[in-house]
Design a protein around this ligand. Structure first.
Ligand SMILES: [Ca+2]
Ligand SMILES: [Ca+2]
Ligand SMILES: [Ca+2]
Ligand SMILES: [Ca+2]
Length: 204
């Protein structure tokens, strides 16, 4: 009976390497157990542990089960190892003439006065639609316009008639009439001429 080591000696159940390289084998009495390396589970450490099972990726990120690790493939607009960080779409300074608002996977520009467009790239033409009246020419400025008025007109939009009677150009108490880019004088008795500057002869 006792003619072989296996009958009374301690057989090493680990000699067949049952835990592979994925764990440490413990030689027991008529048995073995495996102490698995990180990332492996099962009696023979044969199963890859799914590190995605706890759902580590946030905000809809896709989890990738790796060897003793995981990685996250984030949805657009999210970053970080667990997709926990909102991407700041304003960091590249996309708003050319305005303030940037960081949104979910987007940004929005609040343009300075006088600017428009998605990135505030377009200067508004304040000369549209023609603010200058009475034939005035419009010059576009940033958030403003300038009217170059025709003679006889004044005001921001050339809306105001210039009063050519101020100061009164009529001599000798003549009454001035304010006209379009002109004036006329109504002279009192004894005076004539455009500005009542000539005395009338009284013939006897
Ligand atoms: Ca794994
Ligand atoms: Ca964002
Ligand atoms: Ca403008
Ligand atoms: Ca006038």
């Amino acid at each position: 009976m006792r003619n072989g080591d296996s009958c009374f000696g301690n057989v090493n159940e680990c000699s067949s390497n049952p835990c592979s390289t994925r764990g440490h084998c413990n030689n027991l009495q008529n048995a073995y157990s495996c102490t698995c390396n990180p990332g492996w589970i099962g009696t023979r450490c044969q199963t890859d542990f799914n590190e995605c099972s706890s759902g580590p990726c946030l905000n809809g990120g896709q989890c990738n089960n790796l060897q003793n690790a995981y990685s996250c493939t984030c949805n657009s607009g999210w970053t970080g190892t667990r997709c926990q960080t909102d991407v700041n779409e304003c960091s590249s300074g996309p708003c050319l003439n305005g303030a940037c608002n960081n949104l979910q996977n987007a940004y929005r520009c609040t343009c300075d006065s006088g600017w428009t467009g998605t990135t505030c790239q377009t200067e508004i033409d304040e000369c549209e639609p023609g603010p200058c009246r009475n034939g005035g020419e419009c010059e576009d400025k940033v958030n403003a316009f300038l009217c170059d008025c025709q003679s006889g007109w004044t005001g921001t939009t050339c809306e105001e008639d210039v009063n050519e009677c101020l100061p009164n150009p009529c001599d000798h108490d003549g009454i001035c009439n304010n006209l379009q880019n002109a004036f006329s004088c109504t002279c009192v008795n004894g005076w004539t001429g455009t500005m009542c500057e000539e005395g009338k002869y009284i013939c006897l």
